[in-house]
Write a protein that binds this ligand. Structure first.
Ligand code: ARG
Length: 456
């Protein structure tokens, strides 16, 4: 059944029908389609465009269709052109003429624009809740490992001492921004296109404010051409989702590194690891690798949307039917990744002894040694050079700054005294890094409270 058969002499070629149809991927919007239709019909009746009797038949019919789809007693016809066609056809089969009046002062163009917005609003809420949960887990772990000293890296070379709690909170900051971005995009998307009709509004005396309010939108969209042809919100959300995937992917990469024998900073729970079919010793961080890999899909979805839209003249073009698979896939993927990632992180155990061992072996307190000299009145540049020489001596002798004897220190600069050993003590180095945003355990505990507050 097509909604547009009036002028045609022939049926659409069957294979072309499959090509043209979007039912396989837009049927997931059946609920939004029905809710939108109920709001539309309610407005039509309030404005005297359809009768109260037609309205009650329409509402009853649509509600029945919704609950039958939900319970599985009504199967969505895979040969229908799209979900809008299916619902209207089913309604008309049940209630006759009243069903045929539903589409007055409406087009599938504004209908689909409405349905996607309603559907994505829900998706945003679900994703927002998952991000909140992830940040909660990060806060819990950051508190637990607030004073676990580990090496901080630049260029993946040991750089300066930090704490594991501090490292985890860096991701909490990114995820807080991700939540903000989602919220922002949701608010910008929250304008109702229904009533734009095909592209040029209508001569009927519709009340677009009423529909917008009924469906929970801030206001109706103000230009009918824009109403049917805007997909900015899909692009914006795909961009926000891509950034989330960048964050999850970087985090995943670190977990892959940390769980290797070379690092062994963490141990993943068996329930979130996999083995090898040939190498009995293997315990692989597959989940994180998959997340790293799946980030590419989401970036691809963003690209699909940008390229699909960039050459389209106003207003609706069928190209835009391609929006749904891309944006649905982006949401499905990110939500699926988080579903695995959150409990994996929650059950992950850190190994602070190994972190500390790595922190002790890589001269990450060299800056602190230089700072100690600055405290003795040596200009920083000279202090930096002297410390560099000490590092070279240590490397040559197979020692660390902690184990290098005092006479070696004094050979480089006479101002050195026993106080240097205290100054380069890892715990002291970390505890003293109390500058705003720094890794000291005290800071971490404060930041946990701040993040938890923002995450409410
Ligand atoms: N299935 C279509 C889509 O997703 C619905 C809108 C169809 N409009 C039209 N003028 N053919 O975009």
């Amino acid at each position: 059944m097509q909604l547009w058969k009036g002028r045609f002499q022939k049926e659409l070629d069957p294979k072309t029908n499959d090509f043209n149809s979007s039912i396989s991927f837009d049927s997931r919007m059946y609920k939004e389609d029905i809710d939108g239709s109920i709001a539309h019909a309610t407005m039509l009746s309030a404005q005297g465009i359809i009768s109260a009797d037609d309205l009650s038949k329409i509402v009853k019919g649509l509600k029945e269709i919704k609950s039958e789809i939900e319970s599985g007693t009504l199967l969505i016809d895979p040969n229908a052109e799209d979900i809008h066609t299916f619902v209207e056809g089913e309604l008309t089969a049940r209630i006759g003429a009243a069903g045929k009046r539903l589409h007055t002062a409406r087009s599938r163009n504004d209908q689909v624009a409405l349905d996607i917005r309603l559907y994505l609003k829900n998706q945003c809420n679900e994703l927002y809740a998952q991000l909140t949960e992830l940040i909660d887990v990060l806060c819990k772990k950051a508190k637990q490992y607030a004073s676990a000293v580990m090496p901080g890296y630049t260029h993946l070379q040991r750089a300066q001492p930090i704490t594991f709690g501090h490292h985890l909170l860096a991701y909490a900051e990114m995820l807080l921004r991700d939540k903000e971005r989602l919220l922002d995009a949701t608010e910008r998307m929250n304008y109702c296109p229904l009533g734009s009709c095909a592209l040029a509004g209508t001569t009927y005396n519709t009340d677009r404010e009423m529909v917008a309010k009924d469906l929970g939108f801030t206001a109706p969209m103000q230009n009918s051409l824009d109403g049917v042809s805007d997909r900015d919100f899909c692009i914006e959300l795909a961009a926000a989702l891509s950034i989330i995937m960048v964050h999850l992917s970087r985090f995943s990469e670190e977990i892959v590194l940390w769980s290797s024998f070379e690092f062994k900073f963490i141990e993943l729970d068996d329930a979130f690891s996999t083995g090898s079919s040939i190498m009995p010793q293997k315990k692989n961080p597959d989940i994180t690798e998959l997340i790293r890999g799946k980030s590419g899909r989401v970036f691809g979805d963003l690209q699909t949307l940008l390229v699909m839209m960039k050459g389209l003249p106003l207003a609706y073009n069928k190209d835009m039917q391609e929006d749904k698979e891309a944006i649905f896939d982006a949401f499905d993927t990110v939500k699926m990744c988080l579903t695995a990632f959150i409990p994996m992180l929650d059950t992950m155990v850190a190994l602070p002894e190994n972190m500390r061992r790595a922190a002790a072996g890589g001269f990450i307190n060299a800056t602190d040694c230089a700072d100690y000299l600055v405290g003795k009145g040596i200009p920083f540049r000279d202090a930096y050079k002297a410390t560099g020489e000490l590092v070279a001596i240590c490397i040559e002798k197979g020692l660390t700054l902690e184990t290098l004897p005092m006479d070696e220190y004094k050979k480089v600069l006479d101002v050195f005294d026993e106080g240097v050993y205290e100054a380069i003590d890892l715990d002291k180095c970390v505890n003293d890094r109390t500058s705003l945003g720094g890794p000291a355990p005290k800071n971490v505990l404060q930041q946990v409270l701040r993040v938890q507050n923002l995450n409410k």
